[in-house]
Design a protein around this ligand. Structure first.
Ligand code: NOJ
Length: 663
């Protein structure tokens, strides 16, 4: 008998003995009354289902766990239900919206396991107008638990297709593919579903704390079952009660755009833990970076070393001249020699001899620029943790309080998955240590974000995406145009993304065949479409200096937003995003398309009624094309108001970026 069947039979056997609890079915509805979450015992197990406007969206789906020793915790006596409601509006430290309304109806179902150790388990549920979340809470039982498996399911009320990424890439740097549910092998969340032709669902999790990341496995044409990324021991999680798992979440929207502008995940994280977060400031940065990915310079010390004092000063000069606050420098410290992912020698306080950190940071300070530091750990996490405090202090002593971290290695410490409880614990340790030193983090090769930036606003942004660097050297030639029009509705739903766009030069003689598969205007539009509070202008100063008109948009575009709207989108085809600057009355628009050219009419009804704006429009030139003519763009201006409709013409693989300046 295989493991899965065994669990099912045990649950059923336990249920037959005691299943009188069907009468205790419990339900809770969203504040607008449309979404209803219902749970109860059925056939010897605990199930939940969800309806929206009276129509079932989630069919009865199993809940529960398997603990060490095959102890199935799935059949319960319901002891009580405690109702709650919440309606507060809070202000984000930074983000896509200044204000977030946290308005839900909640229910905590208090239960005792039938059979086994008779454990106490609560199912805590919150239902919002835009979705729901639930989590398991183990009240204090003086006990350590060894969790082998979660039985959690998401069974849709009908067959559907989902966009998801296979779990084979531990860094989440793969493509999102659309597949029938049954064909989802093991996939990372977010998983985005088009349901019944008129609903969009996104399954993910919120507040991933001291627990493994959840993945999903397609079991049949409607059912996805949770898989927890295990330790090398095979155990999913070691927990001590009291303990709460992350929230399992589903956003429910009528349009793809409603998925993007749902802030439910943030609401399901804890409020800010940093007493004064005024130092957690969004910023733009350039860096000694793209040239090395293009093969024109090295991270390691040698004749072509990128991070040398004179060269870094050139970047600082350029940043100062153009009002870009940050300069990232990679390859500055000892440890990059030879096969660097294989060694554990990264030293985070020892610069290479040609990188004079004092001279550089003094120079930067005089010019009003700050360095963005870099800690590549090669995922040797113990080596990093041993140096964590001295590593951050070394930077802050030099006035550097933004650090990019990296984990290039398939396993952490040669053993554990990035997404395992081991990895999750490590990343949190880094964020908390960084917060003690007032350091903001841009985490590359992370565990998938789950909204922790609400609690730790120094967790500014993360990679976990097949970003721009793949366009420099990937053997498949680079991310196809479709990739970027999937991102906002998949990876983007998990949180800020350090994709690093801004390429103005599309040829790379060092790795022929690779290229950035967009037009230049689309590179600009991506700054509005893809959200990150730290946005890189990834190309070189020389390439920006050659295109001053287009570079103006990168200089202008904000990194912190008052509000965000996605007025028009078809997942995987195109998207139009508009955002208002948090620090001025200006609005910005980004429209991007896949490989199909497109004409779109955008209503400007988001602008302030009665006001006039100058629209500065960065568009594809009539003959632009991502493949044959990517750099052809136009810049034009026109006066517009909220009652206007603006026609946009996007080239194949192209886009439009607009700044609306209030007159
Ligand atoms: C991969 C990161 O994504 C990239 O940004 C960085 O330059 C390299 N690792 C080296 O740390």
């Amino acid at each position: 008998m295989n493991h899965k069947i065994l669990i099912l039979s045990l649950a059923t056997a336990a249920g037959i003995a005691v299943c009188s609890c069907g009468q205790h079915d419990s339900e809770v509805s969203s504040p607008d009354g449309k979404i209803t979450f219902e749970c109860g015992n059925k056939d010897g197990g605990l199930f939940y289902s969800v309806s929206d406007g009276g129509r079932q969206i989630v069919a009865p789906s199993r809940l529960g766990f398997v603990l060490e020793g095959n102890d199935t915790v799935a059949d319960f006596e319901i002891l009580d239900r405690v109702r709650s409601t919440g309606d507060v509006t809070w202000e984000t430290s930074w983000g896509e919206s200044r204000e977030v309304r946290d308005n839900y109806n909640g229910m905590t179902v208090e239960m005792r396991q039938l059979g086994g150790k008779e454990m106490l388990v609560n199912l805590e549920v919150r239902v919002y107008d835009d979705g729901f979340g639930y989590r398991y809470v183990f009240p204090s039982q003086g006990d350590s638990l060894v969790i082998m498996e979660e039985l959690t399911e998401f069974a849709l009320a009908g067959p559907a297709e989902a966009w998801a990424m296979n779990n084979h890439d531990v860094y989440y740097e793969d493509y999102y593919k659309r597949k029938p549910i049954a064909a989802l092998d093991t996939v990372h969340t977010p998983v985005t579903v088009e349901f019944g032709g008129d609903k969009y669902l996104a399954i993910h999790e919120a507040n991933l704390t001291d627990y493994p990341k959840m993945q999903l496995i397609g079991v049949d044409s409607v059912t996805m079952k949770a898989r927890l990324v295990p330790w090398s021991t095979g155990v999913a999680a070691y927990v001590t009660t009291p303990f709460a798992t992350p929230w399992r979440t589903m956003i429910i929207g009528d349009t793809p755009g409603e998925l993007v502008t749902s802030y439910m995940m943030l609401n399901l994280n804890e409020p800010c833990a940093v007493a004064d977060a005024s130092w957690c400031k969004p910023m733009k940065y350039i860096g000694v970076w793209w040239e090395m990915h293009l093969g024109n310079g090295t991270w390691y010390y040698g004749p072509n070393h990128g991070a040398n004092t004179a060269h870094v000063k050139e970047y600082i000069d350029f940043a100062a001249e153009h009002g870009i606050p940050g300069v990232l420098v990679e390859g500055w410290n000892v440890g990059w020699e030879g096969d660097w992912p294989a060694n554990q020698h990264f030293d985070f306080t020892k610069p290479y001899p040609d990188f004079d950190i004092k001279e550089i940071t003094d120079y930067a300070r005089e010019k009003g620029v700050t360095l963005v530091g870099h800690h590549e750990t090669a995922a040797w996490t113990t080596n990093y943790e041993n140096q964590l405090d001295s590593a951050f202090a070394f930077y802050t002593d030099h006035g550097v309080n933004n650090v990019k971290t990296g984990y290039v290695n398939l396993l952490m410490d040669g053993k554990e998955d990035h997404s395992s409880q081991y990895g999750v614990r490590h990343y949190r340790k880094v964020i908390e240590a960084a917060a003690r030193h007032n350091v903001n983090i841009d985490n590359h090769e992370p565990v998938m974000p789950t909204g922790l930036q609400r609690t730790w606003p120094n967790l500014m942004t993360q990679e976990g995406v097949r970003g721009q660097e793949h366009n420099a050297w990937d053997t498949d030639g680079g991310n196809p145009p479709e990739h970027t029009v999937l991102m906002p509705f998949t990876r983007g739903l998990a949180g800020p993304m350090d994709y690093t766009f801004g390429t103005f030069n599309f040829d790379n003689p060092v790795y022929p065949g690779t290229r950035v598969r967009t037009t230049l205007a689309k590179e600009l539009a991506l700054y509005v479409v893809i959200y990150s509070p730290m946005q890189m202008a990834s190309d070189t100063p020389a390439n920006y200096a050659a295109q001053p008109a287009a570079f103006q948009f990168i200089k202008d575009v904000p990194v912190d937003w008052e509000t965000t709207i996605v007025p028009d989108a078809v997942i995987g085809d195109y998207v139009v995003t508009v955002r208002q600057d948090r620090n001025s009355p200006d609005w910005y628009l980004g429209a991007i398309t896949d490989e199909q050219p497109r004409e779109l009419d955008v209503k400007l009804d988001f602008l302030e009624p009665g006001a006039e704006y100058t629209a500065q429009i960065y568009a594809d030139a009539p003959d632009a094309d991502w493949e044959s003519n990517p750099t052809a763009y136009t810049v034009s201006e026109q006066t517009v108001k909220s009652t206007d409709t603006l026609p946009l013409k996007l080239a194949a693989g192209g886009g439009t970026a607009i700044r609306f300046v209030k007159k």
